[in-house]
Design a protein around this ligand. Structure first.
Ligand code: FUL
Length: 694
């Protein structure tokens, strides 16, 4: 063959190869609808809880709250929308009607709404104002319409379903595009029910005839997604907790029929036959509605960062709730931390280090550029790297000319073709050796892994197992800055000091004598023995890379409680009140008649001049908070001397450390006597008890 003929042949083969059609991967298993896809891409949006029970300090309204309660002086939906926008959220879901049945819009079908409240002389419509504010700020709008209605006289009867659908029709017709509708799972129980004041039970599976209700919803809002917990399978699922996380393994699948136990809510179902992705709903405070007592319990930045990685970072979306205050505004502390959170996320994901890498793959589908490794790191999130149909394993390597530091790995599957990956790992070449730095299971729409900062010139992503041909649409690498939160200081019963940081990578320095902590003082590596005497601990967090530092945190501790014994009960759990951890608690036995004592042997005699009580910090345990008390001391556990008695004023709204001082007195034994709790008959609860010595 002549040279030129050979050349032509090779050239045409090459051209043929380049243009030959590599068959695209086929979709696998259940797929998201266009609405679910659009929703998933929103990632982060707000919940707003506001209703008549905001004015009664209750988690749920009973349905008989007077209409006169609703008269906020500063209600401003534009403030809510502005905060959500600045916080980086993409939409707002509003409690148009919560369980109380009070409607935040002037519904034609009930008198129990804003139209009969003093606010704006009955001419107001909160749903309208918020829908308008969302439009102004470029946010999507969604509604929460509680299926359970504790006000309506017909609740439990077939007539109520007509009422419920009429209300749905109002909300889904008169307020523009609605991106999501929320049907809460709390259903039936005690209520006002038009004056009947009784308990009404319904079968949540059949009562609402969900299939018909869903048809109505989709007819009125073709682009909507439906959230339902407990009813027929909707578009989205609850993740089984309100604590702000979904399982590390998180399939966006469930079975279309059958019960969904908690484990399935948390993890989805690997071989489920319906696409039902998880939405992580949690509040920025412990409760959904506003309670003044929670003003100091707003989630911190480190807590919100964890929530982010445990929701959006695990193939979920994040629905973060703001409660509205009685004056009609979001509290400044909630606003502040939500904006800090947005800024911290911006900083964490500021520079994608995958973009500058040279990328190669162990295998590419049909050797075609269409599915090449570069598709995983290009700007186009729809293009993807694919391998041959029979492969279930594959690797992709990023190579750098100069070493990079990184601590975050982000990966995405093109879920419109189904969720496939079952297991993967990330390795880095460190000092010439490959090191596995993370191993995980599912990916889905988005998976983000965190690990300690590492310097490397090569990163290898290994797909270890998949349900079908693995496809990867996006891969990003980041070096997120350390979050410098002031360390939390605790001292346990034995007297050991514990420090908790806001970021595992920050370095904590401390002192035990009240002097300034810093790089020249001790660094924290584990619980610090500190003897049994009084202590003044100061601590600070440092970024080891940039040397930036946090504000200093400080705590003063009285004598250690090492040799203290609880005498009034033999229950092991009672020692939670001495463990130094404000988040653990103990409650007396139910049914005890007041007064109820907690008697403690201090082991040795001390000159005592006061005591401290920290009530149970859980919002659901507030019934057992002690409001009226007596405090006694004794030297011999026989003769007791009353040193202090009275009330912990406003303790329900402000459940923090209560200090009571008295005339100093020698004591070997102490007794805190509960005379009354917030709710009559509730068992007294304690997070911590301590003494103040001379
Ligand atoms: C729960 C409700 O009972 C709460 O009040 C709140 O609305 C939360 C989002 O869902 O089930």
């Amino acid at each position: 063959m002549k040279k030129s003929a050979l050349f032509t042949l090779v050239l045409s083969l090459l051209v043929l190869l380049a243009f030959s059609q590599v068959t695209p991967p086929q979709p696998y298993g259940p797929l998201p609808s266009a609405n679910q896809l659009r929703w998933q891409k929103m990632e982060y949006y707000a919940f707003i809880h506001y209703s008549v029970n905001t004015y009664t300090d209750m988690a749920w309204g009973f349905g008989n709250e007077p209409l006169a309660l609703f008269n906020p002086e500063k209600l401003d939906c534009r403030q809510w929308a502005r905060i959500c926008k600045q916080a980086g959220m993409k939409g707002i879901i509003f409690t148009a009607k919560h369980h109380s049945g009070f409607c935040m819009w002037p519904s034609k079908y009930t008198e129990y709404s804003v139209k009969n409240a003093p606010w704006k002389n009955g001419k107001g419509d909160v749903v309208r104002e918020l829908a308008d504010a969302c439009k102004e700020y470029g946010l999507k709008f969604g509604v929460y319409l509680s299926p359970w209605d504790r006000n309506h006289p017909d609740y439990g009867k077939p007539e109520y379903i007509t009422y419920f659908r009429n209300q749905l029709t109002e909300l889904l017709t008169n307020y523009g595009d609605i991106f999501e509708v929320w049907f809460d799972g709390a259903n039936g129980g005690s209520g006002y029910y038009g004056g009947a004041n009784e308990t009404r039970k319904i079968d949540a599976k059949t009562y609402y005839d969900w299939p018909e209700t869903y048809k109505l919803v989709r007819k009125l809002q073709p682009n909507i997604v439906i959230w339902n917990d407990g009813g027929d399978r909707a578009d989205l699922r609850w993740v089984g907790t309100e604590a702000g996380y979904v399982g590390e393994t998180n399939w966006s699948l469930l079975n279309a029929t059958g019960d969904v136990p908690e484990d399935m809510l948390r993890h989805g179902v690997e071989n489920g036959n319906a696409w039902v992705p998880g939405e992580v709903n949690t509040s920025i405070r412990p409760e959904w509605f506003y309670h003044e007592r929670e003003n100091r319990k707003v989630k911190t930045l480190p807590q919100l960062m964890d929530t982010y990685y445990q929701s959006i970072g695990r193939n979920g979306t994040l629905l973060l709730n703001f409660p509205v205050m009685p004056n009609g505004l979001i509290h400044p502390q909630d606003e502040k931390v939500a904006i800090e959170f947005a800024n911290a996320l911006k900083a964490a994901f500021a520079k994608n280090l995958a973009a500058g890498a040279k990328v190669s793959a162990s295998q590419v589908r049909g050797n075609s550029q269409t599915y090449g490794a570069a598709k995983a790191i290009d700007a186009d999130k729809d293009s993807y790297w694919a391998v041959n149909d029979t492969s279930r394993k594959a690797s992709l390597t990023l190579q750098y000319a100069k070493p990079i530091s990184f601590n975050r790995f982000l990966v995405q599957e093109p879920i419109k073709l189904g969720q496939r990956v079952k297991a993967f790992s990330v390795e880095a070449l460190v000092k010439g050796q490959w090191q596995e730095i993370a191993r995980a299971t599912t990916i889905g729409y988005k998976r983000i892994l965190r690990f300690p900062t590492l310097e490397t010139t090569r990163i290898r992503f290994n797909i270890l197992d998949a349900k079908s041909t693995p496809l990867i649409s996006n891969l990003e690498i980041y070096n997120a800055p350390i979050i410098l939160a002031p360390p939390v200081i605790m001292r346990d019963q034995a007297g050991n000091v514990h420090l908790q940081s806001g970021d595992a990578e920050s370095v904590l320095y401390y002192t035990l004598d009240g002097t300034m902590p810093g790089p020249n003082t001790a660094s924290f590596t584990g619980p610090v023995k500190s003897g049994e005497g009084k202590l003044e601990v100061k601590a600070i967090a440092y970024n080891p890379f940039t040397k930036q530092k946090s504000v200093i945190s400080e705590e003063k501790f009285d004598v250690a409680r090492k040799s203290w014994k609880i005498l009034s009960t033999g229950k092991e759990g009672a020692y939670q009140v001495l463990d130094g951890n404000p988040h653990t608690s103990w409650h007396q036995d139910k049914g005890l008649k007041m007064p109820v004592d907690l008697t403690i042997d201090l082991g040795t005699q001390h000159m005592v001049r006061g005591f401290k009580y920290l009530p149970d910090q859980n919002w659901w345990a507030d019934a057992g908070i002690i409001t009226h008390y007596q405090f006694e001391v004794s030297i011999d556990n026989k003769t007791w001397q009353l040193k202090s008695e009275g009330e912990f004023a406003n303790i329900k709204n402000s459940p923090f450390w209560q200090d009571k001082l008295f005339e100093p007195s020698q004591a070997r034994y102490i007794r805190l006597r509960a005379l009354k709790t917030v709710q009559e008959g509730a068992a007294p609860g304690y997070a911590e008890i301590d003494i103040i010595t001379q």
